[in-house]
Design a protein around this ligand. Structure first.
Ligand SMILES: *[C@@H]1O[C@H](CO)[C@@H](O)[C@H](O)[C@H]1NC(C)=O
Ligand SMILES: *[C@@H]1O[C@H](CO)[C@@H](O)[C@H](O)[C@H]1NC(C)=O
Ligand SMILES: *[C@@H]1O[C@H](CO)[C@@H](O)[C@H](O)[C@H]1NC(C)=O
Ligand SMILES: *[C@@H]1O[C@H](CO)[C@@H](O)[C@H](O)[C@H]1NC(C)=O
Ligand SMILES: *[C@@H]1O[C@H](CO)[C@@H](O)[C@H](O)[C@H]1NC(C)=O
Ligand SMILES: *[C@@H]1O[C@H](CO)[C@@H](O)[C@H](O)[C@H]1NC(C)=O
Ligand SMILES: *[C@@H]1O[C@H](CO)[C@@H](O)[C@H](O)[C@H]1NC(C)=O
Length: 548
């Protein structure tokens, strides 16, 4: 149906709405009223920390995302609620924290496991938007009931690129001339199965949908989830040219800090399963990875970011070509970050800034940038290889702390839809509510830092105090410890406490370890001050805030 979706498809959407009993008759007048509302293009990258030009990264080339940023409000300090794809996506798409979605792993569907929570796309759909999903938006599999929560969240069945099934195929050429399932995997796209890659297919599909959507009367939400820079770091090999190896430094703090509690450390088991990493015979759990291979991983992560940036560039260019840039809001974010060797760690699976901090920007025509006049190009494609990368204004940066659970109410406020109510303390029975706050106020170019949101929260589960094979991704039944982390101006504080997975309850009297980092002198979070007597009062205060 999504392949040849047209006016007939729109009709089918109406029919399927009625068929699924979701079209509240009282909502019908609303539906009509939504005509003329702005559209939304929601772009989600996978495992992307803010290693982007617009966030001040000196190495990464991301001219298309930088161009979007130059016309957006950019949140410098945005954080995911858990540094794992499924829990983070379910959390920001429902605006509930993992404790309330009861999803810390990849083995349940919130509507069954926790409550019948209304999602962000579902809410827009209920308000007359056509909602469409391309690529990885919800986490696939049981986490979204094998359907990406269709039909609740989407007007038509979600699209997945056919080549994602080759994710773990042996297609990466090694120095031995053989093909392997490597971590570091620059490829010749022509030699790939179906001669393409998943994110290229997702861009093509999203552009095809934009062309169809241009003529529709009702506004749309098009969510596009890119798979990169998630591992394997598989991308067109020409992107390597942007990153000469001798220009790639190691992380500034590649050693495991002496006061790092073992429970805080994630042993990056997913990397170890790749053929090229396995061949290094690394010791478990601490490694380390040899310096030259660390450089290769960093180089390929950056190249994968640039490749994803070209996809974003083509998508935004199509928005221009369809003359939609004057009435489409663009949101760009990621599900969580990724450690690139900081504190001797790799991948996600932790509470550190490198794993929880994400890019987040909002382009709102007429608000964050002047309306484009007819014929004006807002987002012309920028080719990283040939174009003189212009120096773009970085966009208006906000340093207020925000969380991905804020996305849902923020978008509602921008679209002038009724804000979901704030969740009561125990909200499992409440279908529509938010654990976030709208930060739409900060999209006003004149916004001051009043009403600043000071505290933001993330969490990560562990099976045991010492790193073991399932420390990165414990199944619910194996979770015995939860690390609750609070980030405020100046500090990150994390408390690892006992957790009973059969009752979903944390025991804050059973403290396994604590971490306190002072960002002013220790932005990399390497010097744990938890046991430093001079900070006892800070620990006490932040601990009290965490329990709230
Ligand atoms: C969950 O919510 C959906 C959408 O509002 C509704 O159609 C469905 O009946 C609900 N399911 C349950 C079990 O309440
Ligand atoms: C999940 O999918 C199954 C199989 O399609 C379906 O029977 C079930 O109703 C779905 N669950 C919910 C809560 O919609
Ligand atoms: C890893 O171990 C294998 C088997 O013992 C050995 O053949 C290989 O040379 C080792 N590789 C490295 C990089 O040490
Ligand atoms: C957007 O631009 C197109 C083409 O110039 C124009 O037809 C349309 O009316 C504009 N829409 C808005 C909301 O300004
Ligand atoms: C921002 O402030 C300037 C100067 O006070 C004012 O001219 C402008 O209208 C304000 N803009 C908005 C969007 O409030
Ligand atoms: C978890 O809670 C259940 C139910 O109260 C209890 O039977 C069990 O012993 C608890 N487990 C731990 C490890 O405390
Ligand atoms: C919480 O932890 C404390 C300290 O280990 C222990 O004494 C207490 O029994 C635990 N409470 C529950 C409900 O498990």
């Amino acid at each position: 149906m999504n392949r040849k979706w047209g006016i007939g498809g729109v009709l089918m959407v109406f029919i399927s709405w009625a068929a699924y009993g979701q079209l509240d008759p009282n909502a019908a007048p609303d539906f009509v009223r939504q005509k003329g509302k702005m559209n939304v293009l929601f772009i989600i990258a996978d495992d992307l920390r803010p290693s982007l030009g617009c966030y001040g990264d000196p190495i990464v080339k991301s001219p298309n995302i930088d161009q979007l940023a130059s016309k957006s409000i950019v949140f410098k300090n945005a954080f995911a609620q858990q540094a794992l794809c499924g829990p983070s996506r379910t959390s920001f798409l429902t605006s509930r924290r993992p404790d309330i979605t009861r999803l810390f792993d990849h083995s349940s569907y919130w509507r069954v496991q926790a409550g019948n929570y209304t999602t962000l796309p579902q809410y827009l759909k209920m308000h007359g938007y056509l909602t469409l999903s391309v690529g990885k938006v919800f986490h696939p599999g049981i986490v979204s009931n094998h359907t990406d929560d269709y039909p609740y969240s989407w007007s038509i069945p979600p699209f997945h690129p056919s080549t994602q099934k080759y994710k773990n195929a042996k297609v990466c050429k090694g120095p031995d001339g053989q093909k392997h399932a490597n971590l570091v995997c620059p490829v010749d796209v022509e030699e790939m199965p179906e001669h393409t890659l998943p994110d290229i297919q997702s861009t093509e599909e999203a552009i095809r949908l934009l062309k169809k959507l241009k003529g529709t009367e009702n506004p749309f939400l098009l969510a596009v989830g890119y798979h990169k820079p998630h591992i394997p770091l598989k991308y067109p090999q020409e992107f390597l040219k942007l990153y000469p190896r001798d220009k790639i430094p190691l992380a500034p703090d590649p050693k495991i800090p002496p006061k790092l509690p073992p429970v805080a450390y994630n042993p990056w088991t997913d990397l170890r399963k790749r053929d090229d990493v396995m061949a290094l015979n690394l010791s478990f759990p601490y490694g380390p990875i040899p310096d030259d291979f660390q450089v290769l991983i960093r180089q390929s992560y950056f190249a994968a970011v640039s490749y994803m940036d070209t996809q974003v560039g083509q998508l935004l260019n199509a928005l221009d070509e369809q003359e939609l840039a004057n009435n489409t809001i663009v949101i760009f974010t990621a599900d969580h970050g990724w450690s690139l060797g900081e504190h001797g760690e790799w991948a996600k699976y932790s509470n550190f800034d490198v794993a929880t901090r994400v890019p987040l920007m909002f382009y709102v025509p007429g608000k964050t940038a002047a309306f484009p006049h007819p014929g004006q190009r807002m987002f012309p494609f920028i080719n990283s290889f040939t174009d003189e990368v212009r120096s773009l204004p970085p966009g208006l940066m906000r340093d207020v702390n925000v969380e991905l659970v804020d996305l849902f109410p923020t978008l509602c406020e921008i679209l002038k839809l009724p804000l979901p109510p704030v969740c009561p303390p125990s909200s499992f029975h409440v279908e529509l509510c938010t654990e976030g706050n709208s930060v739409a106020y900060y999209l006003n170019p004149n916004a001051s830092s009043r009403n600043r949101q000071l505290f933001v929260y993330s969490q990560y589960p562990r099976p045991a105090d010492k790193p073991q094979m399932n420390s990165d991704l414990p199944l619910l039944k194996d979770i015995h410890i939860m690390g609750y982390s609070i980030r405020c101006d100046g500090y990150r504080y994390t408390e690892w406490v006992g957790y009973n997975a059969s009752t979903f309850s944390a025991n804050f009297s059973a403290i396994h370890a604590g971490e306190l980092y002072l960002h002013k002198t220790d932005p990399g979070e390497d010097n744990n001050l938890y046991n430093n007597i001079a900070f006892a009062e800070v620990v006490q205060k932040l601990s009290a805030l965490l329990k709230k």
